[in-house]
Write a protein that binds this ligand. Sequence first.
Ligand SMILES: Cc1cc2nc3c(=O)[nH]c(=O)nc-3n(C[C@H](O)[C@H](O)[C@H](O)COP(=O)(O)OP(=O)(O)OC[C@H]3O[C@@H](n4cnc5c(N)ncnc54)[C@H](O)[C@@H]3O)c2cc1C
Ligand SMILES: *[C@@H]1O[C@H](CO)[C@@H](O)[C@H](O)[C@H]1NC(C)=O
Ligand SMILES: *[C@@H]1O[C@H](CO)[C@@H](O)[C@H](O)[C@H]1NC(C)=O
Ligand SMILES: *[C@@H]1O[C@H](CO)[C@@H](O)[C@H](O)[C@H]1NC(C)=O
Ligand SMILES: *[C@@H]1O[C@H](CO)[C@@H](O)[C@H](O)[C@H]1NC(C)=O
Ligand SMILES: *[C@@H]1O[C@H](CO)[C@@H](O)[C@H](O)[C@H]1NC(C)=O
Ligand SMILES: *[C@@H]1O[C@H](CO)[C@@H](O)[C@H](O)[C@H]1NC(C)=O
Ligand SMILES: *[C@@H]1O[C@H](CO)[C@@H](O)[C@H](O)[C@H]1NC(C)=O
Ligand SMILES: *[C@@H]1O[C@H](CO)[C@@H](O)[C@H](O)[C@H]1NC(C)=O
Ligand SMILES: *[C@@H]1O[C@H](CO)[C@@H](O)[C@H](O)[C@H]1NC(C)=O
Ligand SMILES: *[C@@H]1O[C@H](CO)[C@@H](O)[C@H](O)[C@H]1NC(C)=O
Length: 536
Amino acid sequence: MKRLSSYFIAVTAIALLFSLTPSSADSHEKFVQCLYNYPHNTTSISNVVYTQTNSSYSSVLDVSIQNLRFFNATSKPLVVVTPLTVSHIQATIICSQRHGLQIRTRSGGHDYEGLSYVAGVPFVVVDLIKLRGIVVDVENSTAWVEAGATIGELYYRISQKSEILGFPAGVCPPVGVGGHFSGGGYGFLMRKFGLAADNVIDAHIVDVNGNLLDKETMGEDLFWAIRGGGGASFGVIVAWKIKLVPVPSTVTVFRVPRTLEENATEIIHKWQRVANKLNESLTIRINMGRVNSSQNGNLTVQAQFESLYLGRVDDLIPLMQNSFPELGLVREDCTEMSWIESILYMAGFTNGESTDVLLNRTQLNGLSFFKAKSDYVKDPIPDVGLQGLWPFLYEDEAEDAFVQFTPYGGRMNEISESETPFPHRSGNIFHIQYGVSWQEKGDVAAQRHVNWIRRVYNYTEAYVSKSPRSAYLNYRDLDIGVNNNGYTSFSQARIWGTKYFNNNFNRLARVKTKVDPRNFFRNEQSIPPLISKGRK
Ligand SMILES: Cc1cc2nc3c(=O)[nH]c(=O)nc-3n(C[C@H](O)[C@H](O)[C@H](O)COP(=O)(O)OP(=O)(O)OC[C@H]3O[C@@H](n4cnc5c(N)ncnc54)[C@H](O)[C@@H]3O)c2cc1C
Ligand SMILES: *[C@@H]1O[C@H](CO)[C@@H](O)[C@H](O)[C@H]1NC(C)=O
Ligand SMILES: *[C@@H]1O[C@H](CO)[C@@H](O)[C@H](O)[C@H]1NC(C)=O
Ligand SMILES: *[C@@H]1O[C@H](CO)[C@@H](O)[C@H](O)[C@H]1NC(C)=O
Ligand SMILES: *[C@@H]1O[C@H](CO)[C@@H](O)[C@H](O)[C@H]1NC(C)=O
Ligand SMILES: *[C@@H]1O[C@H](CO)[C@@H](O)[C@H](O)[C@H]1NC(C)=O
Ligand SMILES: *[C@@H]1O[C@H](CO)[C@@H](O)[C@H](O)[C@H]1NC(C)=O
Ligand SMILES: *[C@@H]1O[C@H](CO)[C@@H](O)[C@H](O)[C@H]1NC(C)=O
Ligand SMILES: *[C@@H]1O[C@H](CO)[C@@H](O)[C@H](O)[C@H]1NC(C)=O
Ligand SMILES: *[C@@H]1O[C@H](CO)[C@@H](O)[C@H](O)[C@H]1NC(C)=O
Ligand SMILES: *[C@@H]1O[C@H](CO)[C@@H](O)[C@H](O)[C@H]1NC(C)=O
């Protein structure tokens, strides 16, 4: 990472030598030849290029697919490149433009709509799985994290160096930092420290001309855009520098279930009025799903109150008694542990597993077919609104469905809407994620489950943010709008763009116009340049 300036000079010269004039889709053989011809002065590229005839192609492509809906996609990449060095990324960007191929960049592969590895055009996947170095600097409370690392690897490396440093990112360890940080990124430290993107202090990105840029050389606008605007529209992010945050050596967690018979609706009623105002060291999130009632075996809704408190149980109990007695939390519900143990607990590792499980890039519960959507809530949902939601959870399609409420407030209220592209700050009480998974293969099952979640989303419209109905980029949802195939119209993109970014969408389009005016980095929901040059 110290070689940046020499790379910068060398690469500018290389970019000039290579013609950037795009042509119509050539054979991928020419693309591969171009990769080989590109000057790689440290490590040869020939060991990291997988064409469809290579016997390892499928395993390399499939290893990071996190959603079975896209496992057998008909449109697969012509080539997968797994860069070991920056020059491998630069070559892929330059050569794919030369030979009329698009690029999809993949870090952890968690994109809900598979945009990092599925495209309806001839394309190449740049998979950063081998660029995952992490260097933690305890003295300065910072770290450099390469884009292909997972948040689990990051948490693990931090914990190896310090018990009292943490980082405010997501809950699921295999999520990749490349997509996650560039789209926002939140977990149980959000109320105290904001999003992962709020704690990024530098970044390395390769732009459309193959230049490796850092915060200084990319300039304020691009550095703003990649901290919440999604990386995929702007270049290939190589690494992030992040500010680590202080955590106490002992934290307290609990997970308390309440069914409808146990007054779940009334407790959620109260939660909506306190959860965003609680001390910011306390985060209580709710996961709702259906269970068999222990009383009569009928289906009922269970609300699971999951919480991290950055302090001791002795302080938590009185805090809960004062602000949220309706939950009836008792000391026996709570467990004190280190922050890194709380990461395991929230990820579902509750059997005393070693922290090594954080290095595992496989989902704990295996893969399923999955579809999700998101919403923001500015006024409490009335009880009648909740009561109308519960029957959806009793339907056949909802066997493996959840509705999750995540409280805002705290640090999220202190950051202005325009500070980063992520606009959902003060004024939001909580965020909703709806999710449904299934195991049955085929289009019929998929359609049934996707329809189920669309009906739920339709039902809740009356109770959530309006004009626009906001959504979280990292919970990507192509239902809210897409770009035309191959041609990105600004006015069409505004439809989904304002939902993710609100008023920040226009600035994102201005940044795009500046850094990628010919719209090379594009996908179904990429930021369009203001004046699109049209088809290529
Ligand atoms: C099981 C699961 C749990 C999750 N938990 C949380 C959570 O707790 N909190 C939360 O906020 N989100 C969560 N998410 C959502 C997650 O933050 C997003 O899916 C995120 O974009 C994933 O990043 P990735 O690198 O793994 O994904 P990828 O699919 O690799 O990438 C996602 C998008 O970013 C682009 N991209 C990836 N890497 C780069 C790069 N290096 N440069 C430029 N563009 C890039 C891709 O092209 C794609 O458009 C979860 C998702 C799943 C599937
Ligand atoms: C690669 O080559 C460039 C230009 O020749 C040089 O400046 C740079 O230091 C080299 N990089 C490495 C890692 O050797
Ligand atoms: C497959 O691709 C890898 C990576 O480029 C290469 O090392 C390997 O030799 C290739 N295998 C075959 C059978 O072509
Ligand atoms: C993918 O296709 C293969 C071969 O047709 C099939 O065996 C497999 O079940 C499919 N997987 C999914 C997730 O649909
Ligand atoms: C802390 O940062 C300073 C200034 O950037 C740097 O000189 C120093 O080496 C860093 N400390 C460590 C342990 O890397
Ligand atoms: C539910 O609320 C009712 C009335 O407020 C109360 O009488 C009852 O004890 C509560 N049930 C539980 C399980 O807390
Ligand atoms: C929140 O709780 C912490 C202790 O966990 C305390 O130090 C802090 O003062 C509290 N903040 C507010 C605003 O009450
Ligand atoms: C709930 O009950 C149904 C039918 O009685 C049964 O098939 C299912 O496995 C039960 N679910 C759980 C989680 O116990
Ligand atoms: C649930 O169980 C009770 C018996 O405990 C029964 O009367 C009732 O019809 C069942 N079904 C529903 C939907 O409540
Ligand atoms: C990784 O996790 C998966 C799923 O939990 C498990 O099957 C596998 O054995 C784990 N691998 C390692 C190396 O621990
Ligand atoms: C959407 O909801 C409205 C009422 O909120 C209802 O009239 C309409 O039929 C619903 N549409 C679908 C497709 O479910």
